[in-house]
Design a protein around this ligand. Structure first.
Ligand code: NAD
Length: 594
């Protein structure tokens, strides 16, 4: 598990000073030679140059030494106008470790501690000696050394990923594991199957070299995690994000496993992504990166094995590139290798609004169950992006009154009701819903606590927490977003009688229509939008009723019930497929429904 940390300004300053010593500036050379060890030369020079007391300089060095020793990945940011993050290669990171060791109190990668030879040569020797000739002969090591020095010298900031355990709370993977445990206990599933369900089936990490527009080559790390394929080919999005971690990809792949299972799709769960900042990349760079990802993962993905889709900062165009690259490799048009494609090249009609349409169908079912009349119900939507806008529009078409919506800049409220299309037009012109005529501006926190019948969180994770769950006045929460409610908040909402339609059910319309897209690709026969809608309604309403049955039978909330259904399906499939090779013959799953 990886976690991200940044170097402080002081730590970066010290790292630069270390590399300055190797620029062989006469005044620094004189300085280092006037001290008995490189360590004292560094601490005193740093203290004098930056006006930091010596004891504090020691601490800066220690913190830097620890961070670099634990770092798995290091990236440095070039200054404006370039403003680009550049990764250090593994060899360059090791070179940095040797450099820091050279300045430590008791160097371990000797002979770098010696001040007798030319310092840069001493470092190169130490590197070859410590990391072995397989990591580079003298020539390659010298080049790594120069590259590392150049990257550090020109950086304005640095960030690293360490192998330290992620302590962020609540960790989405831990939350998903807790729900798995609860469901496994209820189902009394075999402990071996339970253990297998706690871990991803396959994790692949690759490094993709990309030729950049400025003539340089950058290497990006890509992931694909196939969590479980007992029910069918794995399925899940590809996310491009500078802070993406393997931990997050694993959590999202587990989520996909339960989402496809609860809706009864013949699919497993997966997720993937690339650590990159797409906002700083040109279209050409993004295309080369995406094609590199497709080439590297071609042997792991495919219409019958694992089918990616768009996620954060990837879109229909990204999917078209993957499909094209993969098709070139296999030698025929493999439209079914990805979903979420443009309609012109195998995309399905109705995919754009599918997630929100699914939200609307589940809200309609929940209303029937609660005896609420959807016509005239008061709705609040957090997040006005793809999911939030279409959810507001479709619920409005059902007769609901949308009184408040929000985006990252703030919220707007009109008790008389908003026209979602007009709000979208305003957002298209101004960049935000805020400032829409005739509305009161609110904060996102205030929006969640508004008096309403239905609250649709459609933005980010961890929005309803133990701190505000008690203030939610909605009768129903339909989770358009993934993970908007923390486990503690879930308990509070349940105790307060708020009916929650959990994310893996409420927002599963997207993956359901993605599945339809894949089916159409495999048949090479395409459905009308009406057919897609009818099939979506049937699939999601069936799943809703199955979950509600379990929730009532066991007096658990809808989330626990959804996990019970999902885990049961996956566990049974594993048992049927593998039989005694996985679990003892005496172990029998207890039926839950019916
Ligand atoms: P999007 O980027 O189109 O929209 C996100 C919206 O949330 C934007 O309007 C943004 O301004 C707003 N937002 C960001 N921070 C906010 C904050 N602090 N408070 C209020 N609003 C904020 O994304 P999307 O595709 O609509 O996805 C939204 C959520 O739904 C995500 O959790 C996503 O994982 C989930 N989801 C999406 C799909 C899909 O098909 N698009 C499917 C399933 C789940």
């Amino acid at each position: 598990m990886l976690s991200s940390v940044e170097l402080s300004g002081r730590e970066l300053g010290m790292m630069k000073l270390m590399t300055d010593f190797f620029a062989e500036k006469p005044e620094l050379t004189a300085k280092i030679e006037s001290y008995t060890t490189a360590h004292y030369a560094l601490i005193t020079t740093y203290s004098e140059n930056f006006g930091v007391p010596q004891p504090d300089s020691w601490k800066v060095f220690e913190a830097l030494e620890k961070k670099i020793s634990e770092a798995e990945y290091v990236q440095v940011e070039a200054p404006a106008p370039l403003k680009k993050w550049r990764p250090l290669s593994k060899d360059e990171i090791n070179m940095l470790r040797v450099l820091i060791d050279y300045f430590s109190e008791s160097p371990k990668m000797s002979p770098a501690g010696s001040l007798s030879s030319k310092r840069s040569e001493a470092i190169v020797e130490a590197y070859v000696w410590f990391f072995g000739s397989s990591s580079g002969n003298g020539e390659a090591a010298r080049e790594n050394f120069q590259n590392m020095i150049e990257k550090v010298q020109t950086s304005v900031s640095a960030k690293l990923e360490t192998l330290a355990l992620v302590t962020a709370s609540p960790n989405p993977y831990e939350a998903a594991l807790k729900l798995l445990d609860t469901a496994a206990e209820r189902l009394n599933i075999d402990s071996g199957v339970h253990e297998m369900l706690k871990r991803p089936m396959r994790t692949v990490i690759i490094n993709i070299p990309v030729f950049m527009d400025d003539g340089s080559t950058q290497v990006f790390t890509g992931y694909r995690v196939q969590y479980n394929d007992a029910l069918g080919p794995t399925k899940g999005g590809i996310r491009y994000h500078p802070d993406l971690t393997l931990d997050e990809v694993v959590a999202l792949s587990a989520w996909m496993t339960w989402k496809t299972a609860v809706t009864g799709l013949p699919l497993g769960g997966a997720k993937g992504g690339i650590r990159c900042n797409p906002k700083e990349m040109s279209r050409g760079e993004l295309e080369r990166l995406t094609r590199g990802y497709a080439r590297a993962f071609a042997r792991f993905i495919g219409p019958y094995s694992d089918i990616p889709a768009p996620d954060v900062y990837t879109d229909a165009q990204t999917m078209a590139w993957i499909m094209d690259e993969y098709s070139e490799m296999v030698g025929y048009n493999a439209f079914g290798v990805v979903t979420g494609k443009p309609v012109q090249v195998g995309g399905s009609l109705g995919r754009n609004e599918a997630t929100s349409r699914g939200v609307m169908y589940t809200v309609a079912e929940a209303s029937k169950h609660l005896g609420m009349d959807l016509n005239g119900s008061v709705v609040v939507v957090q997040g006005f992006g793809n999911v939030g806008y279409h959810a507001a529009r479709l619920l409005n078409e059902c007769g609901c009154k949308i009184v408040a919506v929000s985006d990252s800049k703030g919220a707007i409220y009109d008790p008389k009701g908003l026209d979602p299309q007009k709000v979208l037009d305003h957002k298209t012109v101004t960049g935000s819903v805020v400032g829409f005529k005739g509305c009161k501006d609110l904060t996102n926190e205030e929006l969640l606590e508004l008096e309403c019948d239905i609250l649709v969180p459609s933005a980010l994770e961890n929005q309803i927490t133990k701190d505000n769950a008690g203030k939610v006045k909605a009768k129903m929460v339909a989770e358009g977003a993934n993970g908007p409610t923390t486990p503690e908040a879930d308990d509070i909402l349940f105790r307060n009688g708020v009916f929650v339609i959990p994310d893996i059910l409420a927002n599963s319309g997207g993956v359901i229509v993605s599945y339809f897209e894949q089916v159409q690709n495999q048949m090479n026969y395409y459905w009308t939008e009406e057919e897609v809608r009818t099939k979506l309604e049937h699939t999601i309403v069936t799943a809703f009723k199955e979950v509600l049955t379990v929730a009532q039978k066991y007096n658990v909330n809808m989330r626990v019930a959804a996990y019970i259904n999902a885990v049961k399906r996956v566990a049974e499939a594993m048992q049927m497929r593998k039989g005694k090779t996985v679990v003892p013959a005496s172990s029998v799953l207890k039926p839950v429904v019916g």
